[in-house]
Design a protein around this ligand. Structure first.
Ligand code: SAH
Length: 502
């Protein structure tokens, strides 16, 4: 490649990387170019070159892709939070589906997985295979949570917004189109209050100033709002006045301060001081009620979360008799969903506070058939199994990006549940883990992606695996019709053979 830094070249974008950069090829050399879309032809400037690949910056789209759509957000490119905003929604869904499917094939070796189209699904019962992604009707304003940093601009004015991609410069943009409309009004109230009372925004370089971040959450089903100001101190001047103003926003239920006096990138501190309300808001996913405090984890797209959990519940195939283990259970959201239809559910999670929330939410919903354990799934499960030979009819896993630890998968295989439901946020580690399970007596029945984060590259996937029985018989019908017109010779021969996979 005879190009060097700052040279401008033209290339066609053929693919997209996992983090949403367009990929173009020139004589086998690979270019990563952000803000481009599959099908674009672009002019780009060389930024950095390695032996076989390089990074370039988009200068101009010379021939736009049919998949392109004008980003609705005016700061989409600077912010970088929505890597796929330049792609129309249908193409985003296609991109995500293909990414998962290709990983399952390439890493998981799931060659026999048929792709099922939307019309086949509509025709009747859900068939097996790789099913169409569950997208959103309206893929905007889906986030129930926002965290805005505060800062001071060059003119000395207080600003709140988003960090420009990979920096700590604040882009003042109150209205993120993924968040709720109330965010803007709340930010305006806080900024006006700070200006009036000379309350300074936090400056991380000098570790000075008071207001660091604001966390805003909304219960989509209940309409309840929560505001939590993260401050470098324990109180704000005239804080009651601020609370009074915020109380006027419709739905406002909880106003608090979170103390964070550390020199850190971590947003939240550990101590929360309530200024108004009970310190939490409530919301529902399906019929399950959750209490959400400023420090609790809660899924950010409740509408899609419900679809994802319903699918997981359906794949678990519960009749009311089953014992289910929910590994990596977080605050027990999936566990409680499953507990509605199972005999007993056991949840395992490594973060003790999350288990605290899980137990509280179980009690809030009057559910007594769930029990939670704090610890690593790869330690809790093997120990419980070695000690008591615990049994599971169904095991659900929802691990972080790195997937399941092998020790955990090994124990799942030993426990031999009828079904394993795997919920994943990273299709590469999902594929690796499916390969492990498929080599040890399990078979992938259904795969379905769910678009929890439109406009970003992230995608969730839920997979149903079932156990192959050693005496599984496979029926193969051999139709000899056509050899002879006579009815008898058209008869189908049924041959039973042992399942090859066992
Ligand atoms: N199922 C939950 C949360 C899934 S996120 C929900 O839908 O809300 C993954 C969870 O796994 C996180 O809560 C994380 O704290 C937890 N985790 C990470 N490593 C773990 C491990 N080794 N064992 C158990 N839990 C773990």
């Amino acid at each position: 490649m005879d190009l060097k830094k700052n040279d401008i070249f033209t290339v066609a974008i053929e693919d997209m990387s996992d983090d949403g950069a367009g990929i173009g090829r020139q004589d086998g050399y690979i270019w990563f170019i952000k803000d481009t879309v599959i099908g674009d032809r672009v002019e780009a400037r060389v930024m950095k070159m390695k032996k076989s690949y390089g990074f370039a910056r988009l200068v101009k789209v010379t021939v736009p892709s049919p998949a392109r759509s004008e980003p609705l957000c005016s700061v989409a490119r600077q912010c970088g939070g929505c890597q796929l905003q330049a792609m129309n929604y249908e193409e985003q869904l296609k991109f995500k589906e293909n990414k998962v499917y290709n990983n399952l094939l390439r890493i998981g070796k799931l060659d026999g997985l048929p792709r099922v189209t939307e019309d086949v699904c509509r025709a009747g019962e859900e068939p097996e295979g790789f099913l169409p992604i569950m997208g959103m009707e309206n893929p905007w304003r889906y986030r129930n949570k926002a965290q805005f940093p505060f800062g001071t601009d060059k003119a000395g004015r207080i600003v709140a917004g988003f960090y420009a991609g990979r920096t700590h410069d604040i882009i003042p943009q109150a209205d993120c189109l993924l968040g709720v409309e109330e965010n803007q009004r709340i930010l305006k109230i806080i900024i006006e209050f700070m200006e009036e009372h000379h309350v300074k925004a936090y400056d991380e370089k000098f570790h000075q100033g008071l207001v660091r971040h604001v966390l805003i959450r909304k219960g989509f089903r209940t309409g309840r709002l929560m505001v939590c100001l993260v401050i470098n101190g324990r109180e704000l001047p005239c804080q009651d006045k601020l609370a009074k103003r915020l109380e006027r926003v419709e739905g406002m239920t909880s106003i608090s301060l979170c103390v964070n006096m550390e020199k850190t990138n971590v947003i939240m501190g550990e101590e929360v001081i309530s200024l108004f309300g009970p310190g939490y808001i409530e919301d529902y996913i399906g019929d399950i009620k959750y209490q959400i405090s400023p420090l609790s984890f809660y899924q950010v797209n409740p509408a899609q979360t419900e679809k994802l959990y319903r699918t997981a519940l359906e794949y678990a195939g519960l009749t009311g008799e089953e014992t289910v283990w929910d590994l990596y259970c977080g605050i027990g959201t999936i566990s409680l969903f499953l507990a509605q239809k199972a005999k007993r559910v056991y949840g395992v999670e490594v973060v003790p506070q999350a288990i605290g929330d899980a137990r509280k939410n179980a009690a809030l919903n009057g559910m007594s058939n769930v029990e939670f354990f704090v610890g690593r799934a790869e330690e809790v499960l093997p120990e419980a199994y070695e000690r008591n030979q615990i049994h599971a009819d169904v095991i659900v896993v929802d691990p972080p990006r790195k997937g399941c630890d092998e020790k955990c998968l090994e124990t799942i295989v030993k426990m031999a549940p009828e079904r394993v439901v795997y919920v994943s946020c990273d299709s590469a580690t999902l594929a690796r883990d499916l390969k492990y399970l498929c080599g040890r007596g399990y078979e992938v029945r259904k795969v379905r992606c769910c678009d929890m984060f439109p406009a970003t590259v992230h995608v969730e996937t839920v997979v149903l695996l079932s156990k192959l029985k050693p005496d599984d018989m496979v029926e193969i019908k051999v139709d000899l019709g056509g050899v002879d017109a006579a009815e008898e010779t058209k008869a189908a021969y049924t041959i039973n053979i042992m399942a090859a996979a066992v």
